[in-house]
Structure formats: C-alpha cells, structure tokens
Ligand binder design. Structure first.
Ligand code: ZN
Length: 493
C-alpha cells in the first residue's frame, strides 16, 4: 500500500518518481457545461506551475487533464440529471455541442491565463469501452454488485479488505451520517455505496450499451480509467481541488484497489478553495464570477476589468494549500503588485552594467535570489515566497535604475536569468507585455485623446481656428489620423 502524501514538502529530497526521469501527472479537469470561473482558475494555475517546475527540473512529464462530459449529475455523484444533458435540453442543443462550445471557451480562458495545455486531454465519453472493462474487473473481484441494471461499489465489503476513507480521514460511520438517502426506494445496499454504472432512465439522452443495461458510467469511474490508461496502473501525482477529496478521490482509490489490487496514485495534491467575501462560491450565493466577467469587468462585485495576468498573480500570491478570499480590493492590490514587477522587469531589460565584470557590489536581493526562489519552489511550491524574493530584487533593480547603486555585468546577467526562469518560465507571468493584465493605462490614453479632440470640436464651433488647427496639427505630427464626421470626430493611430 502506498503512503498518502498530501503535499510535496522538501520537494527535491522527498519526491521520488516511479520511473526515473519521468513524471506521470493526472489532474481532474472541468465538467464542461458552463463558463470557467475563479474556482476553475485555481487548480489550472496551481498544477500548471507544478507542470512547468517539473519540466524545469529536467523531468519528462506526461500531464493528463480530463474533460468531464458525461456522468456528472446534478444532486450528487449518483442522483439527478446529467449536468451537460440538462444544459443541452435547456438550450435545445446536441449534448456534444454543449461540450464542444464550453471546451473551446475553457481553452480560450486557459490560454489567456497562460496555462499550458496538458499532454493529453481525454474525454469521459470517448472512453466508455475502457470504463465498462474497469467496472467488469471490480465485479470480477467481488467488490461490486448489479442492481436493476446499475452497478454499485460494495463499500462495506471493500472496507473489510482495504482502508476506505484514508485520504479524507473518514470512516464508514462518518460517511453513513453524511450520505443521505435520497429516496427510500434506493436500489443500493447501503447509502454509501456509489454507482460505477447507471442504467439510463427513458428521458436520459446520453447512454451506451453495456453488459448490465443501456446506461452511462458513474462520475468517479472516468478518472480511474483514464488515469491508468494513459499513465499506467500506478503513477506519480494526482491533483485537484480540495472539494474533490470526498467522495471523488476516495472513490477513485477504492476503484483502483478493487479492480487492480493496488493503489494507483503515489502523491495526492489538493489546492484549497477560493472564497468570495468570506463565503463559499455557490449557486445559492449567486457569486460565481466567470473569467470572462473578470476580463470585461461586467459583474456587480467587480469595480473594473481585471486582466488574466492579474488573476494569475492574485492566485500565485497565496500558497496553493491556503484559502484565498477574493474581493475587488484584493484584486486591485494584486494589480498594483504585478505592475511593480512588470516595471522592474522592463527596467531590468534596459539596464546597462555600471561596473565591469567582477567588481560588482552585491545588492541585497541579487546575491541569493536564485537560491531563495529554488528553496521556495522546493518547499511544496511556495509561490508567495518566490514572489517576495522577486520583489526584493525589484528594489535592487530600481536602486540601480535610479543611479543610486551599481551592478556588474555578471550580476546583471544573473539577475536577468533568474527573472526569466522563475517569473516568466515557472510562475508563467507575462511580464514582457507592457500594461498586460491592466487596461487602465489604455483607457486613460483613449480618454485623453477624446478630451483633446472634444476641445478642438468646441474651438471649431467657436470659430477659434488657431486652437483647432494647433490640436489637429500636433496630433497629426504624433502619428494620429483625425477624421471629422457629421457627429463629431473619429481618430486612429
Ligand atoms: Zn476526477
């Protein structure tokens, strides 16, 4: 039995991949029935940083992140209408149209956040045959039963042979009190048994033939099946949000042990949740803010638009295992912090050494920067410490920029390399784009030109040709094209 790891403390010393030089990593991806929101951004960014860091350390990484497109039901893992089928019914679309539409939008949002695409992105609906075979293995080993065309995990029987609940620290008694019986007519032996295969009711539009019924796989089945298909019966890292530990990941462990006689996952990693003004994100609070709404600023809880790099920076400012509370003020503070880093990064590119090689005065924030970043990443991906080290070196950069300090050619080269490695390549911050993540400068610029041309229009109406011509000629000289229209003016650069 493998040990359970819930973190990668002292990463470099303690992380031992199953195959030298290679890492297999599986992360639970989105259920594609709506736009991605802040709750999707956090696991995507957390495991993107891990993926980038493992590659920086020289591992060849196979990163699998699935798309859930069938079997995720409305009320809980086993009951209610399929979330995608419901969306398809409401919007009069083919379920796969819903899946494609939201998958495309998810990819667009992830690209904006600079989240690298995974190596493999398998769909649950594309692996029905493999899931049926996995269920059959569990039945063959006696840990599941068929009831009325559905197949359920026999949790009580399983728990006699394997420790059920060890990831979440629950025991069967806890689980009994947590899992409510939805109706007295349940075909399950126990409320804590979970579906491996569900017989489709007549109104259920997504279903496939199986030895037990025309139906569909239980939600947990896809991750056990696709994880082991692409990464082997045992693989290194499985990630996801803390909310997936129970029942989803606990069920995955049980399925693997029941079918294969062993656990599949070596290290479990879970990112903590994001709260909004202290509250959980949830439909009942009406506080789901989609990433698109962040980028456009169109949501009542937002004071203004926030660019994707501000969101990324905001998430990386907290350790992935701590909760993050979102508010517009917190995002504004993150935006200011990001701007300071961007400014320092751009200055760093334009600095020239003030001393020839070897004579450099070591400024605080330069000498030990690489070591601080490395140690922070090694300590369970401590991204806030990496950011703090970068801020310290930003102070040193500004000191040299302001002519109050000196830097040697060697120190400058070292500084540029550390920033490129940690800020750009590992944290994935796009610092090179001036004003990226912030359109307030652009807005101010547009406002100023509109204001000037408004003054010119007023001057023309007052027959003040001198002012009107001066504004026009000066702007034209700066490269603007100005066109008078019957409603006023248009301009472009
Ligand atoms: Zn999963």
């Amino acid at each position: 039995m493998l040990e359970i790891y819930n973190s990668l403390t002292r990463f470099k010393e303690t992380f031992k991949p199953l195959h030298e030089g290679h890492v297999g990593m599986y992360v639970c991806g989105p259920t594609v029935y709506g736009d991605a929101h802040l709750g999707h951004a956090r696991p995507a960014i957390t495991f993107d940083v891990l993926y980038r860091y493992l590659q920086y350390l020289g591992y060849k990484v196979r990163y699998v992140r699935n798309i859930t497109d069938v079997g995720h039901l409305e009320h809980d893992a086993d009951e209610g209408e399929d979330k995608i089928a419901k969306k398809a019914r409401l919007e009069q679309l083919e379920p796969m149209e819903v899946v494609q539409y939201y998958t495309n939008r998810y990819h667009r949002d992830m690209a904006a956040l600079n989240v690298l695409p995974p190596s493999i992105e398998p769909h649950a609906s594309g692996h029905i045959i493999e899931q049926i075979a996995f269920v059959q293995k569990i039945l063959d080993r006696g840990y599941a039963y068929v009831a009325n065309g559905s197949v359920y995990m026999d949790v009580e029987k399983y728990a006699k042979d394997y420790p059920y609940g060890k990831l979440s620290g629950r025991n069967l008694n806890d689980i009994v009190t947590e899992t409510r019986e939805l109706d007295g007519q349940s075909e399950k032996k126990h409320s804590y048994d979970f579906a491996l295969w569900k017989k489709a009711s007549p109104e259920h539009i997504m279903h496939w033939p199986s030895p037990w019924s025309e139906g569909f796989p239980g939600w947990h089945m896809e991750c056990s099946t696709m994880g082991t298909k692409y990464l082997g019966e045992q693989f290194d890292i499985h990630g996801g949000g803390l909310d997936l530990i129970f029942p989803h990941h606990e069920a995955e462990i049980a399925q693997s042990c029941a079918a294969l006689g062993k656990e599949s996952v070596h290290y479990w990693m879970h990112n903590n949740m994001i709260t909004i003004a202290g509250k959980k994100m949830g439909k009942s609070y009406n506080n789901f803010i989609t990433l698109e709404q962040f980028f456009s600023g169109k949501h009542e809880l937002l004071s203004k638009p926030f660019g994707p790099m501000v969101i990324r920076f905001f998430i990386l400012q907290a350790h992935y295992r701590s909760t993050v509370d979102f508010s517009s003020e917190a995002l504004e503070a993150a935006e200011k912090g990001l701007q300071r880093l961007q400014e320092a990064y751009q200055r760093l590119q334009n600095l020239t050494p003030t001393l020839s090689s070897g004579e450099g005065v070591s400024l605080r924030g330069i000498a030990d920067l690489r070591q601080r970043c490395q140690e922070a990443m090694d300590d369970d991906l401590n991204t806030p410490f990496v950011i703090a080290a970068l801020f310290d070196s930003a102070k040193a950069i500004n000191t040299v920029w302001d002519g109050k300090g000196t830097i040697s050619e060697a120190d400058l080269a070292e500084l540029r390399d550390v920033w490129k490695t940690y800020a750009i390549d590992i944290l994935g911050l796009r610092l090179e784009e001036a004003g990226s993540g912030d359109d307030s400068q652009l807005k101010a610029f547009h406002g100023a030109i509109d204001l000037l041309l408004g003054i010119r229009l007023q001057a023309k109406q007052n027959k003040d040709w001198a002012t009107s011509d001066k504004i026009r000629n000066e702007l034209t000289g700066l490269g603007f094209q100005i066109k008078d229209t019957k409603d006023g003016f248009e301009w472009s650069i």
